[in-house]
Design a protein around this ligand. Structure first.
Ligand code: PAF
Length: 283
């Protein structure tokens, strides 16, 4: 596996791969990889001739009060995991390589990013869209794989690709959970044992609601959101949001909705955790 740190070297590698007729797949990550990431890498490996994993903790998607400085890192382990899962290239640039100090062009998605995580993290999706667009221009992929754990991010990236005509297919890999049901996240690392037990309330509440809806056809949105919120707060979590939207548009659910997204974010200790379930209304 090649490790590339310079943008010009990465572009040259990808340009050559394209000239050779190879299908390039990219998996963008911020490192500290877990099984959620490796499942995305495996998914991409199955479809790519050339597989690039990017590792960049993107300063532009962190607000000043967020965890940029303490975001967990383990380059050696990430490198080993990428290699073990068959990556051909690990692209790991520095912030100085990625951003000019006076960068003045940014990508703003203006609708889907107003809700859920975007409401409380105003710079987040501007940072995500900008860095993903840059990574696409640097790695020149045919397709890119993102995780369903970040359901809103996945929708926004699809929208950016649609609206700005990026010639990149977006594939969404399933959300991967730990054996106890907790959604895998690099930020789970911030939890001590007690918080880890308590934070299970998030996935438990979402799965309870999933069962209730299937069994009792409860479509009372407010009641569902309050039940989830209560379960998380009684376990000691500080709820940022619990929301229910059409899973494709993030509009309120209507008769036309085919799938609904139930998503929440809550903080336990120092860890802001997000999780979601998608329900198919045709079932
Ligand atoms: O999902 C992530 O880890 C990041 O938001 C991404 C897509 C790598 C952009 O920095």
């Amino acid at each position: 596996m090649k490790i590339i740190k310079k943008i010009s070297d990465m572009q040259e590698f990808s340009r050559q791969a394209r000239l050779d007729g190879k299908r390039i797949g990219v998996v963008p990550t911020m490192g500290f990889l877990h099984s959620g990431h490796t499942s995305l890498i495996d998914r991409a490996r199955a479809e790519a001739d050339v597989l690039i994993v990017t590792l960049f903790v993107n300063p532009a998607q962190f607000a000043p009060n967020e965890d940029l400085d303490t975001y967990p890192k383990d380059f050696k382990r990430d490198r080993e995991l990428c290699e073990a899962h068959g990556a051909d290239v690990l692209f790991a640039p520095t912030p100085d390589e990625m951003y000019y100090p006076d960068q003045s062009v940014w990508i703003n998605e203006e609708k889907l990013s107003q809700k859920l995580c975007g409401a409380g993290r105003p710079v987040f999706f501007r940072g995500v869209c900008t860095v993903v667009a840059k990574l696409f221009n640097i790695t020149l992929p045919d397709f890119a794989v993102f995780g369903q754990k970040d359901a809103q991010q996945a929708l926004i990236i699809k929208r950016m690709v649609r609206d700005l005509n990026f010639p990149v297919e977006i594939i969404i890999g399933s959300l991967v959970r730990e054996a106890n049901g907790m959604a895998m996240s690099s930020r789970n690392r911030y939890l001590d044992n007690e918080q880890r037990r308590n934070a299970l309330a998030i996935s438990e509440a979402l799965h309870q609601v999933e069962k209730d809806i299937v069994t009792f056809h409860i479509h009372n949105k407010e009641k569902i959101m309050i039940a989830i919120s209560k379960q998380i707060s009684s376990a000691g979590g500080e709820v940022d949001y619990v929301s229910i939207y059409d899973a494709e548009t993030l509009d309120d659910i209507s008769d036309k909705s085919k799938r609904i997204l139930i998503a929440c974010a809550a903080t336990f200790g120092k860890a802001r955790l997000i999780d979601n379930v998608v329900l198919d209304l045709n079932n």
